[in-house]
Design a protein around this ligand. Structure first.
Ligand SMILES: N[C@@H](CCC[C@H](N)C(=O)O)C(=O)O
Length: 283
């Protein structure tokens, strides 16, 4: 028997298994991630968040997608991570620094009437440079308003790095758009050497976007925090929205702020659902 303690959390329905890496064996989790995330034979989740010690920050977060691949950053995940760390006493302050593969990310827990209301995250700066995303082609060009051919269709997209890769495509009606048909093909398109998350976005007004997402390594999810930031950045660059944007996702709303220097802030909820033990030797 190989028992592992976990906590199930979500941010707008984008759900995670949070594991305390101070206590659990991280190597087995990497090996069995796909099965742990499986909704039939495992706990079920879009990904796993590992809470780890860091030499340069308060804590370190590693993110494993439900297909077992490792991601550089996770917007909904970092809010859950911050809530978990604060409520378990792993940090004793509301503003924390977290080491990720995408650099240092700074979540701030917002407390109202003695309860955690939301988490506001300094997500660092976006990049539109092909080399940072990455997008194939001249590494020093911006990936703005490019074309991508998929089957018989040609879409205009903007590539954005929020530490992880995003391909943002504006559509007229996101509700009826076949995300499951085009998402997986674009995720693995040769234009994206490290694959990509794909956001389909509808303009709803100068401060509002509606978005559905196909995530790299996880497929259709109810929300994507870095994807919401990337969509707001792409729309801001197009000049169709201002620097403060509410992004509506199937799981709810995220509030995004973009500073002139390229720094992006994201605010939204983080919810703890339950904790339990899983026998990893059974997987
Ligand atoms: N759902 C996350 C993003 C998780 C990682 C992503 N699938 C990737 O591989 O980059 C978010 O809320 O940002």
């Amino acid at each position: 028997m190989c028992k592992m303690k976990f906590t199930k959390m979500h941010g707008l329905g984008n759900d995670f298994i949070v594991v305390n890496g101070f206590k659990e064996d991280v190597r087995i989790i990497f090996k069995k991630a796909e099965k742990i995330c499986d909704r039939h034979v495992g706990i079920g989740a879009d990904g796993i968040l590992l809470v780890l010690p860091s030499d340069k920050c308060d804590l370190k977060m590693r993110i494993i997608n439900s297909d077992g691949s490792e991601a550089d950053m996770c917007g909904n995940g970092i809010r859950c991570f911050a809530r978990y760390a604060f409520s378990r006493g792993l940090v004793n302050k509301t503003s924390i620094t977290v080491e990720t593969l995408a650099g240092v990310i700074k979540p701030e827990i917002i407390i109202k009437d003695d309860r955690i209301e939301s988490v506001r995250v300094d997500m660092g700066c976006y990049s539109l440079q092909k080399k940072d995303i990455p997008v194939a082609g001249n590494p020093n060009e911006e990936a703005v308003d490019l074309e991508i051919s998929v089957d018989d269709r040609v879409f205009k997209f903007t590539g954005v790095s929020m530490g992880n890769p995003h391909c943002v495509i504006f559509v007229d009606d996101v509700e009826s758009f076949p995300v499951e048909r085009f998402g997986p093909v674009i995720e693995r398109h040769p234009l994206f050497p490290k694959k990509t998350n794909v956001e389909f976005v509808e303009f709803k007004g100068q401060d509002r976007l509606k978005m559905r997402v196909w995530e790299r390594g996880a497929g259709l999810t109810m929300a994507c925090g870095t994807g919401a930031c990337a969509s707001a950045v792409a729309a801001y660059k197009k000049g169709i929205v201002g620097p403060k944007v509410t992004v509506s996702l199937p799981g709810g709303d995220l509030f995004i702020e973009i500073e002139k220097n390229g720094r992006v802030y994201m605010t939204g909820p983080a919810v703890e659902v339950f904790s339990g033990y899983i026998d990893l030797s059974a997987l």
